[in-house]
Design a protein around this ligand. Structure first.
Ligand SMILES: *Cc1c(COP(=O)(O)O)cnc(C)c1O
Length: 363
């Protein structure tokens, strides 16, 4: 019996997004303009308690410009996890600063404050935790460490739209925070990123850096980029933002179903006071992870992903000789199951049956 393949991720784009793009096309105002400004305000109001928000053309550009605006540059060190997408460390390296890789804790796969504390030197400028898989990093511990050691905090919230810790939204802790709007993320604009900050100077520098250093046309104040979001992308993002809360509730309901029904694998833990938005639902399998993934896909037509099989410190682009045992353990054992809001009841049952069958066979 051949069943339909359940994809690991599936962006939901409907008639409202198409109509919004069409309206921008008809307006003739395609580049950054009123749609982008409205999207910034709505994103800030919905997700960031009104914090200033600057739209850019990718999450990676958001991290890069955020770090530059926060004054990170050559000679500085920024402590980052190795267990994340390469964009986190790439953005640090592109400023001329050095990414220093710290280990994660194995309960939520986020940066480990105790290991970060050991890596602080006189060159350390800041710490950039990642709210990995949609689970908030341990921000109270990082805030305390940053205050004690005189460091800045930056947040990679690429995967964590709407997540919170003790009622406080991610993206409101750091000097700046970045949210990605790539199609597989919890909401999308096609490509895009949002950078939030409570520092008016950082906000102004961000706005300059994304537009060639100009506030007034042809009066360039600094050397900048073209990292502008288009009105077309913003129009998609504005529609998606109106659906995010419902999609997040569906992701959380899917996760609860998996928590209750999966057996023989490690299910994701949620820290006390944390709201997890399940960008990924990531399980751990103790043995033969790659065989597990192959069996899910080929025997059960259940898509899944491994985020991330090669930690950053071992990528050819960084190649650092450091010992990060929890990072290595996670890279060997994680599997992310489909948890996206377009799963139906039958999909969820099939995912549970597939995982439990493969886990049992492997035991
Ligand atoms: C997606 C992602 C990024 C980069 O965002 P883009 O919009 O793809 O440039 C950075 N960090 C993490 C953790 C991500 O998941």
């Amino acid at each position: 019996m051949s069943k339909e393949f359940i994809p690991a991720a599936r962006p939901i784009v409907g008639e409202a997004e198409r109509a919004a793009v069409d309206a921008v096309l008809r307006s003739g105002m395609l580049a950054q303009g009123a749609e982008v400004a409205a999207f910034e305000q709505e994103f800030s109001r919905e997700l960031l308690d009104g914090r200033a928000t600057v739209a850019v053309n990718s999450g990676t550009a958001g991290l890069h410009l955020g770090l530059l605006a926060a004054g990170v540059g050559p000679g500085d060190e920024v402590i980052v996890p190795s267990f994340t997408f390469a964009a986190t460390a790439n953005a640090v390296a592109l400023t001329g600063a050095t990414p220093v890789f710290a280990d994660i804790e194995l309960t939520h796969f986020c940066l480990d404050p105790a290991h970060v504390a050991e890596l602080v030197t006189e060159r350390t400028k800041g710490i950039m935790p990642v709210h990995l898989y949609g689970h908030p990093a341990n921000m109270p511990a990082f805030t305390e460490l940053a205050e004690q050691r005189g460091l800045a905090l930056y947040e990679d919230a690429a995967q964590a739209h709407g997540a919170s810790l003790h009622g406080r939204r991610v993206g409101t802790f750091g000097t700046f925070a970045m949210f990605s709007l790539y199609p597989t993320k919890n909401m999308t604009s096609g490509e895009g990123g949002m950078v939030s900050t409570s520092d008016a100077g950082v906000e102004r520098t961000l706005r300059l850096l994304r537009n060639q250093g100009m506030e007034r046309q042809y009066e360039n104040e600094l050397v900048g980029f073209n990292a502008r979001m288009t009105n077309l992308h913003a129009a998609i993002g504005r529609v998606q933002l109106t659906k995010l809360a419902e999609w997040t509730r569906t992701r959380q309901a899917n996760a609860r179903f998996f928590d209750e029904h999966l057996a023989g694998v490690g299910v994701p833990a949620v820290a006390e006071g944390a709201e997890h938005v399940y960008h990924q639902y990531t399980i751990t399998v103790p043995e033969d992870r790659d065989g597990f993934v192959t069996a899910l896909k080929e025997e059960h037509q259940v898509g899944c992903g491994v985020y991330y099989p090669i930690p950053n410190h071992r990528l050819p682009s960084f190649a650092r000789d450091v010992d990060l045992p929890n990072t290595e353990a996670a890279a060997r054992s994680v599997v992310s199951l489909p948890v996206h809001p377009s799963l139906d009841d039958e999909d969820r049952d099939r995912i549970v049956t597939a995982v439990n069958t493969v886990a049992k066979a492997g035991a």
